[in-house]
Each structure stands twice: as C-alpha cells, then as structure tokens.
Design a protein around this ligand. Structure first.
Ligand code: SF4
Length: 280
C-alpha cells in the first residue's frame, strides 16, 4: 500500500447526497479496495493513474482547513466518508478523522457517517458528544469465499456486526446498511435476525451499471456456478432484472413487517447509475 502525505486546498465539498450539505473525505484512496466501490468511478479517482486500492493519500491539513471553512460556510450538517473510508487502518496512525470529529463537535455541527470499519468504535467518546446524527454501517452476510474475492481487505462481517451492536448499545444511532445486496445470494432473513433489536435496517442492491459489473458477476458465478446463467441474464434482460429486484423487495418488506423494523431499500434501475439518495 502506497501511503502519501498530501495537502489539499478544500475539505468541505458541496453534495447532492441528502445526508449533509457538504461531504468530508479526509483521505483519497482506500485500503479496503472493494471491487464494487463507487469511488472507483469518481472523476478525480479516474484521473489518477494509480489503481484503486493500492494507495491512500492522507490529507493531512484537513483539520486546519475545516476550521477555516466552517467559519465561512457555516453548514448545519455534513457527511463523512462519501468516497473514502474515514476509519481505515491508516487513521490509527494519522488520526485525521479523529481531529475532524473533535472540530465538528466543538463547532456543534451535526454529521452523518458512512463506514464499514470497526475502528470507528474507538471514537465512541467523540461520537457520544451529541452531534453524530447517524452512522450507516455497511455490513453483509455472503460467504467467506465470495468476500475474499469481492472485498479481500475489508474487516470481516462478524467484526462489523460486533461493532454495530456495541455502538448501538452505547446509544449511537447506527443503521445496519446491507450493501451490496446480491440477488439469490444475500440472506435477507439472516439480516433481520442479526439486527432484530434495531429500529431500522437499510439495503442497497448491487449496482449493475458499474463499469466492472461483468467481472463482479463472473466472480459470483465462480463461487456459485448454479447462479451463472442468472447473473449472465441480469444485466441484459430488463424484465428479468426488474422481476428479480421486485421479489427481493417483497421479501424485505415481509421480514420488516414481521420484526416491526423500519427499512429503506435503494435499488439501481438498469442505466440509472446513482441518484445520491440514501434516506427516505
Ligand atoms: S471501504 Fe468504501 S471507500 Fe473503501 S473501497 Fe470499500 S466501498 Fe470503497
């Protein structure tokens, strides 16, 4: 992993994601290197010659910039981690995200966080200061073999589950975020069973518009050969595609009713790449 210390000129970036007025990404790049990561298709990431998952730029002056920009822009709410993982292992050494949380708390700025890293639980004291509105904690439940191929460097699902439970027990608003939901693979029943005490569980379907979707579907087919024909058909057959997601949606609705848990599902239509909508 190539770790570089870099300076940037701006840390608050306006966003259409409905979880904040601005996004904060204290790192560029990500050690976890998930194959289905959207950040791979971000413009500035695409311009970079280095392959995604092989580098992390530590935006070392982010805290100083944030102090200045908060004073000028006065946001009410921001979102952390839209195209990076704020709590990836490199954070343990540089603590840029930690400093950002301290500044946001001090300025009484509310924030939401997108993460899949249990390292976030080490900042419990900061998160409990009252300005962390929600943590969307990505988790999943496909088998180890598939995980190794799709996201070999990310924390295990069990570690994530334990972190979600621990944060929630401490009074933090954590929403287990099942993503990417894989048709015929993801165990929806288990998702509800694992988080039956939660008020809300959210789901996001695999985005079949990703540039590397054929590689992803090939990998799924290599782990589940019986699903190969279905995964070959999904990106090419809109009727089958829509029917498949409708069945998944119905199953989620059924379990949500049974467990009396709120839910949100984000599904990507074919050719509808990403609409930046997370909440209802
Ligand atoms: S952890 Fe998030 S930012 Fe990092 S590679 Fe995975 S999806 Fe992308």
């Amino acid at each position: 992993m190539e770790i570089s210390i870099v300076g940037i000129t701006r840390i608050l970036n306006p966003t259409s994601i409905d979880l904040g007025e601005y996004v904060i990404n204290p790192y560029k790049g990500c050690e976890f290197s998930c194959l289905y990561c959207y950040a791979r298709y971000n413009k500035s990431v695409q311009k970079d010659k280095r392959p995604w998952g092989t580098y992390v730029d530590v935006r070392i002056n982010s805290p100083q910039l944030l102090e200045k920009e908060l004073f000028i822009r006065k946001p009410k709410k921001v979102l952390l981690g839209s195209i990076t993982e704020c709590f990836q292992p490199v954070e343990k050494e540089y603590q840029v995200t930690k400093r950002i949380l301290e500044i946001l708390n001090l300025g009484k700025i509310h924030y939401s966080i997108l993460t899949r890293s249990p390292i976030i639980a080490e900042y419990l004291d900061l998160l409990k200061e009252g300005f962390c509105d929600s943590i969307y904690f990505t988790v999943n439940n496909y088998n180890e073999k598939l995980k190794k191929l799709l996201e070999p460097k990310s924390p295990s699902f069990e570690e994530r589950k334990q972190a979600i439970l621990a944060l929630s027990k401490s009074g933090i608003n954590v929403i287990p975020y099942f993503s990417p939901l894989l048709p015929f693979v993801s165990d929806i029943k288990e998702a509800f069973r694992d988080f039956k005490e939660f008020k809300e569980i959210d789901f996001e379907g695999l985005n079949f518009n990703l540039g590397n979707i054929r590689k992803i579907t090939e990998i799924i087919g290599s782990v589940y050969p019986e699903l190969k024909p279905k995964y070959n058909k999904l990106p090419d057959d809109p009727v089958f595609y829509n029917k498949t997601w409708k069945t998944i949606k119905d199953e989620i609705e059924l379990h949500a009713k049974q467990y009396r848990i709120r839910y949100d599902i984000y599904l990507h239509g074919l050719k509808d790449y990403f609409s930046n909508k997370y909440s209802k």
